[in-house]
Design a protein around this ligand. Structure first.
Ligand SMILES: *Cc1c(COP(=O)(O)O)cnc(C)c1O
Length: 380
């Protein structure tokens, strides 16, 4: 964390995004747009901190959404292109979806047929697409792999209906997760072999998300080559819709030690929770980095970090420190901007972390605090 951010000035727990780091990512993404003429969208599923949407909108073409509510948030808070894809749309919501969206991607030809007339009668131009499943993915975690056996996501080649493409402007595929461009290059080969004759008839192709473009070892040249492959071969516009890559390494979760107990090892109980505030720690699972902490036993004082819920498995990981910890000490978890605020919950009645933003102009600003109303508001 940049040392001009005073961690002690923050309430805990608190997510804080450093706008300077976000801008750095956006500049990297914008360079890809400038070099290739492609369009990059922010996938709100991964990062929906709308107080930075004006900044994101300066660089990217718009957002993509997975639901009516995300579409509305993007429409109202950024006001650029609004795309949507969902495995199925809800009849009662579709009229409102049409109001906010300019691109709608369908998961099946039946869905396309079902909503075709509503699109036609929208009173504005909406470009529609079909999500295809190339049945090729290098993701090894099954819950993140859209190409596993019996996947419901996208149309496979045997199920593809070429005679129902009238009114369809684009094809969409999403088969990656936190991957480099070599994976994209291999995926594109399969997509091209299977769906090339249909891409020919399209205005655009959407390469989905999962591109880890802003990671230091990401190979941007191969990404550029892959985008240009589609543009040159088929004359189509190319969309990318990463979520994680926009917010990667731009934010932190600051928490405090509440108590230290011992049961065969030292266990620190924090005022945050894996289950409530960083669910991917349990779902992926992974062990987030903490500033100043080492691997277990690397430094003299090792602790297991647990959350303040009653869930036995609410464990963040084991860490070691040069000095012993004590109640009141603050901890800074790294890379906590994406898939945190959008996934957190109030399990056990645990409050949600505040949300703060650091900008060059204003320094630290607490943009949101949560309270009892947020817990009560979603119950009855
Ligand atoms: C999840 C998802 C994204 C964003 O993925 P990231 O891994 O955050 O880049 C984009 N498009 C679709 C269809 C998705 O399901």
């Amino acid at each position: 964390m940049n040392n001009d951010i005073d961690v002690k000035a923050l309430p805990t727990p608190c997510y804080i995004v450093d706008e300077r780091l976000l801008i750095k990512n956006l500049e990297t993404l914008n360079k890809v747009q400038e070099r290739t003429g492609c369009n990059i969208l922010l996938a709100l599923k991964g990062f929906s901190m709308f107080s930075v949407f004006p900044t994101v909108g300066k660089y990217l073409k718009g957002i993509t959404s997975s639901s009516l509510f995300e579409a509305r948030l993007g429409y109202e808070r950024m006001g650029k292109e609004v795309h949507i894809y969902a495995p199925a749309y809800i009849d009662e919501e579709f009229d409102e979806i049409v109001k906010y969206c300019d691109h709608i991607v369908f998961n099946s030809f039946d869905q396309w047929k079902r909503f075709k007339d509503k699109v036609k009668n929208a009173g504005k131009k909406i470009e529609c697409g079909i999500r295809v499943n190339p049945e090729y993915s290098e993701i090894e975690t099954p819950i993140y792999n859209p190409c596993y056996k019996y996947s419901r996501l996208g149309v496979t080649l045997p199920n593809f209906k070429p005679d129902e493409l009238d009114g369809i402007d684009g094809l969409h595929f999403h088969t990656m997760c936190e991957q480099n461009s070599d994976t994209l290059e291999r995926t594109i080969k399969v997509v091209d072999e299977k769906f090339g004759e249909y891409i020919k008839k399209m205005k655009w192709i959407n390469l989905g998300g999962g591109h880890h473009i802003t990671r230091p070892d990401y190979d941007i040249e191969t990404l550029v080559k892959s985008i240009m492959f589609f543009k040159d071969k088929y004359g189509v516009d190319v969309y990318l819709e990463p979520g994680e890559a926009i917010a990667l390494n731009t934010g932190y979760l600051v928490a405090k030690v509440l108590d230290i107990v011992n049961n065969g090892m030292n266990i620190a109980i924090l005022d945050t929770s894996a289950a409530c505030h960083m669910p991917d720690v349990i779902e992926m699972p992974y062990r987030p980095n903490i500033i100043g902490a080492g691997k277990p036993e690397e430094y003299p004082h090792t602790y297991r970090f647990g959350g303040l819920t009653c869930l036995a498995g609410d464990i963040i990981g084991d860490y070691s420190f040069k000095e012993p910890l004590k109640p009141g000490d603050r901890l800074v978890f790294c890379d906590m901007a994406h898939y945190t605020m959008v996934k957190n919950n109030t399990f056990n009645g645990v409050n949600l972390p505040s949300i703060a933003l650091y900008t060059e102009k204003d320094g630290i600003k607490i943009v949101k605090r949560f309270g009892y109303e947020d817990f009560e508001g979603r119950l009855s």
